[in-house]
Structures are given as C-alpha cells and as structure tokens.
Write a protein that binds this ligand. Structure first.
Ligand SMILES: Nc1ncnc2c1ncn2[C@@H]1O[C@H](COP(=O)(O)OP(=O)(O)OP(=O)(O)O)[C@@H](O)[C@H]1O
Length: 674
C-alpha cells in the first residue's frame, strides 16, 4: 500500500522532532499490545467502550485534536462514524459523511485504491483535490491522516486523525502503528459482527425449532458431550443448567430402546450417513413419551473430529394415533372377516333360496297347507312344520317368511342335522374369541343374524338336548349369550322349526325336551307326503322337465301316459325330492323329445307308514293308487272302476265322499265323466 506523504513539518518526524517524536512513536508502539489485550479480554457488550477509550488514549498521546473509526459499507459512498474522540475545543463532525461528495479525491485514494492519505498541509494537496481541500478547511483541519483498514480485499473501516491547531507530519512508524491499532479494532468489530450474526442465526433457529416443537442438539462422539437447546433439554428431561452427555441421556431412555439409539449413533458416525431413531423416554411421572431424533454428521474443518447435529421431536401423540389406527385396522380386519363369514352364510342362504322353486301344488291336500301358511304368516308366531323328508317343508317355511312382514330380510336357516353337535351351539348363538379351542375369532351366531327376520331350524329333532335348553330360553325370553361371553343379547327372531320325525314320539322317547316341544308346537303344519297328493305329480314333473330342460339345453315335450301313470302310482318315499331326482335322471338319459322312464324301476305302491291307518284312509289311498295306476282312467276297459271291481258311478260317488279330486284325471280329459 502506497503512503502519500507530504513534506515533513510536524514534530512527530523522528528526524525533525528528535527525541520527543521518537518517544511518542515508542509509546504508541507500546500501546499496541496493551490495547490488544484489553480488546481480547472485553465482552461484545463493552467492546465499543474499549475502542472509544483506546482511541482517546491514542489521540491524546499524539496530542492531536480529533480522530475516529469510519465504517465503509460496500457500494455506498457515505461513511458512518462508528467511534470518535474530539478534543474539547474542536468542532464535532456529523455522524455520517458523504465521502465521495466532500472528499472525492481522498475517497478515490482510500476506497478505490486502498491507499493511505497523509496530508501535512492543505496547500500541498494537488489541484484535483480542490473539493477535499475546501472541506478540510471548513472543518478547520490543518493536517490529516486517513488509513484504509481492510478485511479481505475490501476496505471495511478508515482510521482518521486530524490536527486542527497546527500542522503535523506523519512518519511511517506512526502510520504502521496506527494501522495496526486500527486493524485490531476492526477485527474485534468484525468478530463481534460474526458473533452477533451467529447469535441471531441461533435465535432464529431456536424460534424455528420451538415453533416446530423440536429441540436442537449436537453430539461430540469423542467426549460424549451433548450441546442442546433449551427445548431439547425439556424433551430429554434435563434441567436448563444440567450438562447432557450421551451416557446420562441413555440412562433416561427406555432400557429396551437404548441399544437401538447407540447403534444408530455409531452407524451414522461411521458411515457418515443421516441418523433416524424413534425411542421411548419414560418421564418422572411415569408417563412414557416417544421421541424421534434425526441427525446428520458434521465436521468442523477438514481434519477436525466429527459431530452429530440434529433435531428431536416429541412424537407421542403420533405414536398414540398410530397405535389407535393399528387397533382400528385390526378391528376393521376382524369385522371384515366377520362380515365375510356372515356374507358367506347369507349367500349360502340366498343360494338355497334361489334354488327353491315357486311353491307348486294343485292337490286338495296341499290347499290346507296353503291356508295355514296364509293364516300364520303375519302373526310372528312360532311354527312347527312336520312331514316326511322331501315333502317341501323348507318351501313351506320360505313361503311363511315371504308372506310375513319380515320378508325384507333374508330368512336364516340352520340345519341341525348337518352341523356336528359340538358346533351347533356356537353356530346358533355365536362365540367369543377363544371360547373354545379353535375359536380364533369372534363370530355372530345365526340367532343374531336373523334379528328382525326368521330363523328356520330344519331337522330340529336332531338338536342336542343341551342346546335345546338354551334354545328354549332364547325362545321364551328372546335373550341368549354368545359362547364364552357373559353378556346377554336380545334379538327379535321369528322361529320356524321343521322335522321329518314325529316330534311327539321323540318327546315320549326322551330324546326331545317336552317344554321345548310345546314351545315350538304353537302352530303346527303337517305337509302331506307326495303319495297322498298324486294330483301334484304331473304338474311337478312338467315343472322339473322345464327346469332341467333349460339347464341342460334339452327340450322334452312329451311324456308317455303310462309313464306318468307309473309316476303317479309310485309311493315316493323320498317325496318331491325323489321325484325331482327321477326326472333329472330321465332327462339325462332320454333321447329325442319324449321323457324316457322305461328304465326306472318304480316299485308298486307300498305302505310306508308303520302306523295303522283308518279304513277310510286305506280306502282313499287305494282308490287314488288305482286311479294313478290307470293314469286317471276311471271307466271302461282297464279303468280304475274295473280294477277295483266297482261300477264307475259307485266309484265316482265314493270319490266324492272321500273328497278325491283327481287333477290327473282332469289332465287326461276325463273330467267330463265326473
Ligand atoms: N311343491 C313343490 N314345488 C316345487 N318343488 C318342490 C315342492 N316341494 C318340494 N319341492 C322340491 O323338493 C326338494 C325338497 O324340498 P324341501 O327341501 O323343501 O323338503 P323338506 O321337507 O324340507 O326335506 P327334508 O325333510 O329332507 O329337509 C327341493 O328341491 C324342493 O325344491
């Protein structure tokens, strides 16, 4: 840096001033370590005072009138007086000076060229410094020394001293010492700026951390010391004045999570990766808080050791929410499984229901059944349907349900014979999870599923006695408990029971509870066997032919009259179900448009009931069988009258008396003869 020196005149010139000047310069040099020590010792708050008093000391030592530090901002021509000292009788200068306006020549030397401007006499200033000269003169300056103080390549401050009362010369050692002192001031001011910026930065971080409800920390893995913000200390359950170390922090962490935390820290430091760990921290009051710490490895300088810097947040409510969600998901899954199970049950009911055909009957015997169905349907009363197997008891139950005000909901069926006795109770009343070995989930029983609907208990005679007791209670009080649960469940269920056994005999034999029998037998319906309603056979046969024809893509339009007669004459121990099966088999084997029944060995009518019938019943059955055998032909050769050895008119009158309506006969067109 070039120093502009005007001609020497002042006392400080060592050559001209001799010993006194030399001593002053020596004293100034000695002041450097003293000022330096003072500044090192001072805090950021008292730095200004120290600079001010040091300036005063320097100016007074040199017996000058005025001096100070001017702050130069980048790109701005105005300079600000940051620290100044004025002798009592010297004019004070304003706080900010537009250097480029008042001292354009000096400004160029100082700020642009970074050159010291030392003026001993204003007259020595060059012509281009006319404005500067004028400004100096206005301020009463006789001699002036201005030294640019740089940080990096930029002029940061200027240190200025003025001689007002007389002219001064500025020897090089003085300039050097003054520059050194100025640099001490400026570097202290710069350090303070950096420190204050850091403080502001830290405060901003702290505010951000507090508003994000996180704590900041820094772990020194070598010493284990942890620097932490106040909010981090709160999270870690430490007092504000307590020193946190990794070891005393680990002591506070839940024992089960300690190794995870240590592993995470070690891994992050070793691999220079980010760390993420969730762990529990039991509080003094016993409450367990969940914390999440996320860190990043940071190295202070290329060779310095690594630090883990990070944030910690309290995630207890998130964890609680997760736990709740997890529980809810489990509950949803459980309910979904339950629903699927219930759906399967209901679908199987629907499936069964869809397989049912419309209730078909033309016989007088079934008219009574229909009447009973109509009577009882809307009452909600318990119905007991009895009849041989395959007579259509389930269809009767369906019809009752369909005609009742419960028809909006599906009828639920339990086949007591199809379920193992060990399971029937849980199927009926449901079970709690773990009610018995293998009960892996909670399950609703069919009683609950049939709420506000109808529960059809098929094959009720097969129900185990223990279950009968529970059923009786459910029927009487409308309440029951799931297996394994003490909680009573109340439902509104209409019961329809069916059996192909003689339930009264079962009671007599001690296989069925008498009290339950009477509770079920409120409205009994007896479905007659098919052999007692032969008139139903032809329409049923045609119905099944059409049904199977559609399914198999076959069209049968003819059934030989003798085949139909054989069907009507057969005793049908399996009733309608058996008839249906026979038709199905015949459909499969038939060629062409005729239903071929020649291969079927339909045995002649035989009594099925071991019970003794009345004479009238025997006579009725015998006449029906004969009519069936002749395919409805009454009179003439091969007619029923001839077979029975009766005059046709006698047969007709017997038929009227016994109320034998022969629809099969109608089908054959013999009605006119009746
Ligand atoms: N009147 C009818 N019209 C049409 N199909 C009938 C009729 N009666 C019974 N069926 C048919 O006969 C078969 C047996 O009927 P259902 O199951 O109702 O008899 P069930 O008396 O309940 O038999 P089980 O005592 O063996 O339970 C079914 O395929 C049914 O569709």
């Amino acid at each position: 840096m070039e120093v502009l020196m005007n001609q020497s005149q002042g006392r400080l010139d060592e050559n001209s001033a001799g010993e006194e000047g030399y001593n002053l310069i020596r004293q100034l040099e000695l002041l450097i370590p003293a000022v330096s020590a003072r500044i090192l010792k001072t805090s950021t708050d008292t730095l200004d005072e120290v600079i001010y008093s040091s300036l005063q000391e320097i100016i007074q030592l040199l017996k000058l009138s005025r001096g100070g530090l001017l702050e130069v901002s980048e790109g701005i021509c105005k300079v600000k007086i940051s620290h100044a000292w004025f002798d009592v009788d010297v004019e004070v200068v304003p706080n900010t000076i537009d250097l480029s306006q008042l001292f354009p020549w000096s400004y160029r030397q100082l700020v642009r060229d970074c050159t010291t401007v030392a003026i001993t006499s204003l007259d020595s200033l060059p012509a281009e410094a006319a404005t500067d000269k004028q400004s100096f003169a206005q301020m009463g300056v006789q001699s002036s020394l201005t030294i640019p103080l740089l940080i990096g390549h930029r002029v940061h401050h200027l240190i200025v001293v003025h001689a007002v009362k007389q002219q001064w010369t500025w020897p090089e050692p003085l300039i050097t010492s003054l520059r050194l002192l100025g640099e001490i001031f400026v570097s202290a001011l710069d350090r303070r700026d950096v420190f204050r910026s850091l403080e502001i930065y830290q405060a901003r971080l702290e505010i951000a951390a507090v508003s994000a409800e996180v704590g900041l920390w820094e772990l020194d893995p070598v010493t284990g010391n942890i620097w932490a913000t106040n909010s981090a200390k709160v999270l870690f359950e430490f007092g504000q004045d307590e020193q946190i170390t990794l070891s005393n922090l680990l002591d506070k962490i839940h024992p089960d999570d300690r190794s995870l935390v240590v592993e995470t820290v070690d891994k992050a430091i070793d691999a220079d990766t980010e760390s993420y760990v969730e762990y529990r921290l039991p509080r003094a009051d016993g409450e367990i808080r969940w914390l999440l710490s996320r860190g990043r490895v940071h190295q202070k300088g290329a060779t310095a050791s690594k630090y883990l810097v990070g944030v910690t947040a309290d995630i207890t409510s998130r964890k609680q929410m997760e736990h709740k969600l997890h529980e809810q998901f489990r509950e949803i899954n459980r309910l979904r499984e339950l629903l699927e199970h219930e759906n399967t049950l209901l679908r199987s009911e629907v499936g069964l229901n869809e397989d049912k055909y419309s209730f078909l009957s033309v016989s007088s015997a079934m008219q009574g059944v229909k009447l009973h169905i109509e009577q009882v349907a809307n009452t909600g009363s318990t119905v007991l349907i009895q009849g041989e197997t395959g007579t259509g008891k389930e269809l009767v139950a369906q019809a009752i349900h369909r005609l009742s005000d419960r028809s909006k909901r599906l009828m639920v069926t339990v086949n007591c014979a199809a379920l193992p006795s060990a399971l029937i109770e849980s199927e009926l009343f449901g079970r709690e999870k773990g009610a018995f070995t293998g009960a892996l989930s909670r399950q609703k029983g069919r009683f609950e599923l049939a709420h506000e609907s109808t529960l059809f208990l098929d094959e009720i005679a097969e129900m185990p006695l223990e279950t009968q007791a529970k059923l009786l209670r459910a029927l009487q009080n409308g309440v029951f408990e799931r297996l394994g649960s003490p909680v009573s469940i109340k439902v509104d269920v209409r019961i329809i029971a069916a059996t192909n056994r003689n339930l009264y005999e079962e009671v007599e034999e001690g296989r069925f509870r008498r009290d339950l029998y009477y509770r079920l037998n409120i409205f009994p319906i007896q479905v007659p066997p098919l052999r007692d309603r032969v008139e139903d056979i032809p329409p049923l046969v045609w119905k099944f032919v059409s049904e199977f024809g559609q399914n198999m893509g076959r069209k049968i339009s003819r059934i030989a009259s003798q085949d139909m007669a054989r069907l009507m004459a057969y005793s049908w121990p399996g009733n309608v179900r058996e008839l249906r099966n026979v038709v199905e088999r015949a459909m499969i084997t038939s060629q062409g448009k005729s239903l071929d029944l020649t291969h079927f060995d339909l045995a002649p009518p035989r009594p099925l009931h071991p019970s003794i019938m009345t004479l009238e019943e025997v006579e009725c059955r015998h006449i029906q069988d004969a009519i069936g055998f002749t395919s409805g032909k009454i009179k003439g050769k091969g007619g029923a009258a001839e077979i029975l050895g009766l005059h046709p008119s006698t047969l007709y009158s017997r038929m009227r008396k016994l109320n034998i309506q022969c629809n099969a006969i109608k089908l054959r067109g013999d009605i006119s003869s009746l």
